[in-house]
Ligand binder design. Structure first.
Ligand SMILES: Cc1cc2nc3c(=O)[nH]c(=O)nc-3n(C[C@H](O)[C@H](O)[C@H](O)COP(=O)(O)OP(=O)(O)OC[C@H]3O[C@@H](n4cnc5c(N)ncnc54)[C@H](O)[C@@H]3O)c2cc1C
Length: 325
């Protein structure tokens, strides 16, 4: 059954986040040959519409307003609800990012719809679209179908492959004027914590440090390895609590959930709360002095040793591989 499916294009620092392209791909599956409509909300986001179309959207609706320059749940909900009202979609897909996690329950309640959150896979079987999502902190997966009403899902970054970009693809871009009003919060400025390089939640490679790195300086070899591999640095709560790094790096049940292609855990014991944030990574490498550490139970490759010897060795070897590639 062909459906119209809306996708929110998430913009950060004037650029579309990768998860937006993954959301377009998810929407394409849900649309089953129907129309995928990108939605852009912001102050001057019109110029990003073409990129959303080249990545698979059939058309894009843009809502521009200075009150949407910074994300607020009030403002973005008003903008997106207006587009839903105008387009009357059968499906809606948003990234399961901080923004998506904040916005989606509000939308679901306003639209009186269900919500399948944190989706990691979508397949069409006969008449059903089956959504897979992790439960019990990633220890099990459940499969869900929507039997009635709007098919509304948030998708976990790095799990659903984006479509191939087609630079020759064109589509209609229209703007919708929405009276964004009665905002309870006005964000005047966003001061970001200094974060270098790749965005942790979308990184293909994550080098994470735990209490075993022993100090703030102990993160330096991890940063170097991350740089060589084009990855991001993450941390366990143990490392954050010990003030070796900022809490924005924390991975786990009460931190970020990541699913990179490669996760290298350095000096992390593998507490269940940490595993909740990384155990679905595609390849896990653990470096730990303790051969009994729990992290080895989820690792594909385990290196028993001192991270301060192993990490620089890996960095050197990867550098050589890159030179010879
Ligand atoms: C409600 C709740 C929520 C939580 N949420 C999270 C969360 O989101 N994320 C999270 O990570 N934790 C979370 N925790 C904390 C979690 O239970 C653990 O305490 C924490 O993950 C431990 O961090 P760690 O592995 O870095 O430290 P440790 O458990 O102290 O492990 C350090 C490891 O480093 C190894 N090591 C030491 N020196 C070296 C060396 N030179 N080379 C190699 N290995 C070395 C040791 O063998 C050890 O295995 C939560 C806890 C609670 C109660």
């Amino acid at each position: 059954m062909a459906r119209k499916v809306l996708v929110l294009g998430e913009v950060r620092d004037g650029q579309l986040r990768n998860v937006s392209f993954e959301a377009v791909s998810a929407a394409k599956t849900i649309a089953e040959g129907g129309e995928v409509v990108g939605v852009l909300l912001g102050e001057s986001v019109n110029q990003l519409a073409e990129e959303l179309i080249q990545n698979g959207a059939d058309k894009v609706v843009v809502v521009e307003d200075e009150k949407l320059a910074q994300y607020t749940s009030d403002g973005f909900a008003q903008g997106l609800l207006a587009v839903v009202d105008a387009e009357k979609p059968e499906g809606l897909v948003i990234g399961h990012t901080s923004l998506g996690k904040d916005l989606s329950p509000r939308l679901a309640s306003k639209l009186n719809s269900g919500l399948i959150s944190d989706v990691t896979g979508i397949e069409v079987t006969g008449d059903n679209i089956i959504f897979t999502r992790p439960i019990y902190s990633g220890k099990a997966f459940e499969k869900k179908i929507v039997t009635d009403g709007l098919i509304f899902a948030t998708i976990r970054p790095n799990n659903i492959a984006p479509l191939e970009k087609d630079e020759s693809k064109t589509g209609e871009v229209s703007s919708l004027s929405v009276d964004i009003k009665d905002l309870r919060t006005i964000i005047k400025d966003v001061v970001r914590k200094a974060s270098e390089g790749v965005d942790l939640s979308e990184a293909k490679v994550v080098i994470a440090g735990g209490r075993g790195v022993k100090s703030e300086e102990g993160f330096e070899p991890l940063k170097e390895l991350a740089q060589v591999l084009g990855g991001a640095v993450g941390a366990s709560r143990g490392a954050c609590d010990a003030e070796y790094c900022d809490y924005s790096l924390q991975i786990g049940q009460t931190g970020k959930v990541v699913t990179p292609d490669l996760y290298i855990a350095c000096g992390i014991s593998g507490a269940i709360q940490h595993l909740a944030g990384m155990s679905n990574s595609k390849v896990i490498v653990a470096i730990n002095k303790d051969p009994e550490a729990n992290i080895f139970n989820v690792a594909d490759y385990g290196i028993v040793g001192d991270l301060f010897e192993v990490v620089p060795m890996l960095t050197e070897e990867f550098k050589k591989l890159k030179v010879n590639a």
